[in-house]
Design a protein around this ligand. Structure first.
Ligand code: RTP
Ligand code: MG
Length: 139
């Protein structure tokens, strides 16, 4: 077991559905602690920068448009193996393939509007946390 931090984003579709509290409950029940959080309307350049790894993918412009379509809720989650644990709680990228009881199975509409983001590795978690939170916002 290793104590990790990961970056989580509740995407505009789930914020619009008013299920932030229900999603936070999934994190807490899964043993993840919310150690920092902010609600934010992403600008186009903030969304493009966040998803820069996908800039050459065909879905990039739709992804940026979606991520800027309304406010998002951004949090840092901490716990044992938090990166993999969060992705387990989230479920598969495509909600049609997500296991029953996962966030995406229960709250997501489509592969585009899929409710949540979670970092996929320790290196990306560190970069993504620093992208949205300064050191004074993290204790
Ligand atoms: P995320 O980064 O948002 O946590 O999702 P993920 O790791 O499960 O998926 P990733 O491959 O990183 O893709 C980032 C987001 O791009 C959208 N996407 N659309 N139309 C498509 O084929 C497609 N593939 C990916 C999804 O919204 C995905 O969450
Ligand atoms: Mg990803």
């Amino acid at each position: 077991m290793s104590l990790q931090r990961t970056l989580s984003i509740i995407k505009p579709d789930a914020v619009k559905k008013n299920v932030i509290g229900q999603i936070y409950q999934r994190f807490e029940e899964g043993g993840l602690k919310i150690v920092a959080a902010k609600m934010k309307q992403l600008s186009q350049s903030e969304a493009e920068g966040f998803y820069a790894v996908h800039k050459d993918r065909p879905f990039f412009s739709d992804l940026v448009k979606f991520m800027t379509s309304g406010p998002v809720m951004i949090q840092v989650l901490e716990g044992d193996n938090a990166i993999a644990k969060n992705r387990e709680i989230m479920g598969a990228t495509n909600p049609k393939e997500a296991e029953a009881g996962t966030i995406r199975a229960d709250f997501a509409e489509s592969i585009d509007a899929n409710a949540v983001h979670g970092s996929d590795a320790p290196e990306t978690a560190a970069v993504e946390i620093a992208y949205f939170f300064s050191t004074v916002e993290l204790t």
